[in-house]
Design a protein around this ligand. Structure first.
Ligand code: FE2
Length: 175
């Protein structure tokens, strides 16, 4: 990855510095997720962190791409056209995410072994930031707004090495 080019994105260098400091402090995974969420809330970038072309999204599926990755954390932009969403999944690491546009409608599930049950729903709107850490992080996300959704996700893993933030995809029935 070309770090010189990526760090010129407006607001990205500030995020990288802040997250690097927080992750170096040796907190628990959950406390790290909450501290990174607090930092992201205070330093939420604008839509200009992406180019116009990047934030147009893709026709086939939502589009997720790293803005920065290093040992210990990654900063990823996700672009969702209206109605685009994820399969049900959980994560390799803690995560903090903030919404810049659209509405990330999230459904949370509990793993019952041979099936899932729905345990909650949340609407994450522009300006809203949350953090979580596994376990208990099984969810699916869909942009229910009629504008393109853009969000910034910060994961406690180097996704340029792991390939993705997903630990497991669940194709169990939801009962
Ligand atoms: Fe997720």
């Amino acid at each position: 990855m070309n770090m010189v080019a990526t760090l010129t994105r407006p607001g990205l260098a500030t995020l990288v510095d802040g997250v690097r400091r927080i992750t170096a402090a040796g907190r628990s995974k959950r406390e790290t997720a909450f501290a990174v969420a607090d930092f992201l809330r205070a330093h939420l970038p604008g839509l200009d962190i992406l180019t116009e072309q990047e934030r147009a999204g893709k026709a086939e599926t939502y589009h997720s791409f790293p803005l920065h990755a290093e040992t210990g954390f990654s900063i990823v932009a996700v672009v969702w056209r209206p109605g685009q969403g994820t399969v049900i999944h959980d994560h390799l690491s803690w995560c903090a995410f903030g919404v810049l546009s659209g509405n990330e409608h999230e459904t949370l599930y509990r793993d019952m072994g041979d099936h899932l049950v729905e345990i909650g729903r949340a609407d994450n709107r522009p300006g809203e930031v949350s953090g979580f850490a596994p376990p208990g992080d099984i969810h699916s996300v869909i942009n229910t707004n009629d504008e393109v959704g853009v969000s910034i996700h910060i994961y406690g893993a180097d996704v340029s090495r792991t390939g993705s933030s997903v630990r497991r995809v669940y194709d169990l029935p939801v009962l």
